[in-house]
Structure formats: structure tokens, C-alpha cells
Design a protein around this ligand. Structure first.
Ligand code: TYM
Length: 340
């Protein structure tokens, strides 16, 4: 039986923080057993915010290594031979069909739908009003629809974009005939929104002004200890889960739960009467232990980078063949004259 298709993406910032990991990438890795996974590095999306060209190239390569180190099983070569157990790891700009379908979808997207997107409003305040930023969600819809994706594991901040993708898929199908599968977002409630360590009212973010906001998967043990030690808490002093009144501690406890697979109650019992310093030191130990294998694998890949481009070229080949076929159907249904 054919596995259902899963696609998700991440922007090439050079950093994966534990929010990205717990909210999204961990699911991509786990679902590889049961799904045909397309893991995409969203460089076309990245340039909606100004990027240094050399840095963008560097960050894209780093992201490939990080995803492989996290457990995305793409080895290069064999995927194009149709090995069903391998994931397709590819760079968005290597597949021209994304921009082409993105354009077509723009023509059926009311402007108001794009203007009301929370991410657009937030980013536009920071970087100015550019057409690329406004059209970000239609490109994202194209990313997903081209692969006849059924499942899209993402953090909560992408939920609105997924809703629009579903709306556009239905609209296109109704107007031009059945063309796209209408995808579902997969949002893990417990980890969908990991908050910043230095400000528990805002989500953990790569673009935060201070690196104390997040734990990167590549942070050294000392750095992890330092950041957890200064993470915001409260003056109550008891390790108790209270999402409303103890947002800092609640966030740290959710991180602890996700990395240890222990229920919140067990964590509360373990640290009953022991204070925050003790809990924080336990959490830092846990993070160091869990990130070590990822860091080790990343180092190995950095020592020998020869396979990285192989992975990407095989990924691009496979992704292009799937995407071109969907795009051809969409263009035919829209009424474009076929090219002989
Ligand atoms: P990006 O690069 O901002 O983030 C990658 C993934 O990490 C999730 N995430 C979080 N989850 C929990 N807590 C947090 N603090 C946190 N911060 C980020 C994001 O929700 C995301 O799942 N637009 C996308 C990239 C993209 C995409 C796609 C995703 C492009 N095309 C198609 C899915 C399908 C983005 O900027 O993700």
C-alpha cells in the first residue's frame, strides 16, 4: 500500500531551536515510518526578509546537515531510484514549479485573505510592506499542494497559513475540477508553541533580538546551562504547572515533558520542595543529553560534507518530477495551451 504523503518546510536561518524541533521536525522524523516525507528548505520564503547572499547559501547547507542530524533519512542517489523508505530532502528554489503554481494561486486569492494574516502583519511592521511578504502564504500553499500532500506537521504559528491552503485547494478544485488533495495540518498540542526563555509571553523565535531567547540544537553544554539558568520564572518558588500564572515555569515544564516523555505530574513530584535552581539544573542536564547525538551527527557531517550535495540533487530530481506532474495537470485545468 502506498504511504500517505507528508510535506513540511523550514526557513534556512542556520539555527534550529528546540521550538522548531519539538513543534515540527520531531514529527517529520517520527512519521517517516508511516509516511512518504518531503522535507523542504524554504529559501524562496527566506528572501521575503532581506538576506546576505553568502550567508543564505551557508545557512541552507547548514540546514541540510541539521535536518539529517535530526534523523531525516535522505542519503542521496537512491531516492531517485524510487527507494520508498527514503525521505525527499530538497531546497525550494531547486523546484521552479513552486513559483509557477504560487502565481496561479495568487489569481484566486482575495487580497483581504492575505492582509489579515497574523505573520504578515507582524513581519511587515518590522521589514516594511513588500509584495513578496504579502504573497508568502500563496507560495506556501503551492509548496504543499504540488505534492498532493495529506499531512503537514507544523507549529501553531503556521495554522492560519494551512487554513488558507485548504481554502485555496477547495476553491481551485471547485472552479477547475478535482486537481489537488486538501491537506490537513498536524499540530501537536503539547509542543505547538514553545515560548521564549527570556520572555514567556512570546514564542521562541530564531529572529529574536537575543540568543538567550532560545536553545539552538547546536548550543554547547555550558551555553545550555547558562541560558536555562537565566530563563524567566516567578517568585513563587514551587515547580508547579500553572499555564496562566506561572508562564515561565510552565514553558520550561513543557520542554522537560517533551524531551523526557514524563507527564507533568511526575515532574512536579520529582522537584517537589526542591526549588527552581534544582529543576533548572535537571532540565539543562536533560537537554544536553538529548541534544548530544544530534550534535555528534552534525559534527560528522561537517567533517565530511561530500554527501550533502548528493542528497540535495537527488531530492531536487525527485521533487521536480512529482511537482511538474501536478503543475501540468493544474495548468491544463486552468485552460493553458499545452506546449508540444
Ligand atoms: P519556520 O522556519 O519559521 O519554522 C519551522 C517550523 O517550526 C515551527 N515553530 C515552532 N513550533 C513550536 N514552537 C515555536 N516557538 C516554534 N517556532 C517555529 C513552525 O511552526 C514550523 O512548523 N512558513 C514556514 C516554512 C514553510 C512551510 C511550507 C511549512 C514554507 N513552506 C510548507 C509547511 C509547509 C516557516 O517559516 O517555518
Amino acid at each position: 500500500m502506498q504511504k500517505p504523503t507528508l510535506l513540511s518546510g523550514i526557513q534556512p536561518s542556520g539555527v534550529i531551536h528546540i521550538g522548531n524541533y519539538l513543534g515540527a521536525i520531531k514529527q517529520w522524523v517520527e512519521l517517516q515510518k508511516t509516511h512518504h516525507v518531503f522535507a523542504m528548505i524554504a529559501d524562496l520564503h527566506a528572501i521575503t526578509i532581506p538576506q546576505e547572499p553568502e550567508k543564505l547559501r551557508e545557512n541552507t547547507l547548514r540546514m541540510v546537515k541539521l535536518l539529517v542530524a535530526c534523523g531525516i533519512s535522505a542519503k542521496g542517489g537512491s531516492v531517485s531510484d524510487g527507494n520508498p523508505d527514503e525521505s525527499v530532502l530538497f531546497v525550494q528554489s531547486h523546484v521552479p514549479a513552486h513559483t509557477e503554481l504560487g502565481w496561479i494561486l495568487n489569481t484566486i486569492t482575495p487580497l483581504g485573505e492575505l492582509e489579515r494574516m497574523t505573520q504578515f502583519k507582524e513581519k511587515q511592521e518590522k521589514s516594511g510592506l513588500y509584495a513578496g511578504l504579502l504573497n508568502y502564504p500563496t507560495l506556501m500553499a503551492a509548496d504543499i499542494l504540488l505534492y498532493q500532500t495529506e499531512v503537514v506537521p507544523v507549529g501553531e504559528d503556521q495554522e492560519q497559513h494551512l487554513e488558507l491552503t485548504r481554502t485555496l485547494a477547495n476553491k481551485f478544485n471547485n472552479r477547475f475540477g478535482e486537481t489537488f488533495i486538501v491537506p490537513k495540518a498536524l499540530i501537536q498540542k503539547d509542543t505547538a508553541r514553545i515560548m521564549g526563555l527570556d520572555d514567556s509571553s512570546k514564542k521562541m523565535s530564531k529572529s529574536a533580538t537575543s540568543a538567550n531567547n532560545y536553545i539552538s540544537l547546536l548550543d554547547e553544554p555550558d551555553e545550555i546551562r547558562r541560558k536555562i539558568k537565566i530563563a524567566v520564572t516567578d517568585s513563587d518558588g514551587t515547580v508547579r504547572y500553572d499555564e496562566e500564572h506561572k508562564t515561565g515555569i510552565a514553558n520550561l515544564m513543557r520542554i522537560y515533558r517533551a524531551f523526557s516523555d514524563k507527564p507533568l505530574e511526575e515532574i512536579e513530584n520529582k522537584y517537589a520542595g526542591k526549588g527552581y535552581a534544582n529543576f533548572k539544573s535537571g532540565l539543562a542536564d536533560l537537554l544536553i543529553e538529548k541534544l548530544e547525538p544530534i550534535q555528534k551527527k552534525y559534527e560528522e557531517l561537517t567533517k565530511d560534507e561530500s554527501g550533502i550535495m548528493d542528497i540535495l540533487m537527488a531530492g531536487a530530481k525527485h521533487a521536480n518530477s512529482v511537482a511538474e506532474s501536478s503543475l501540468a495537470t493544474a495548468k491544463k485545468n486552468v485552460g493553458f495551451l499545452a506546449r508540444e
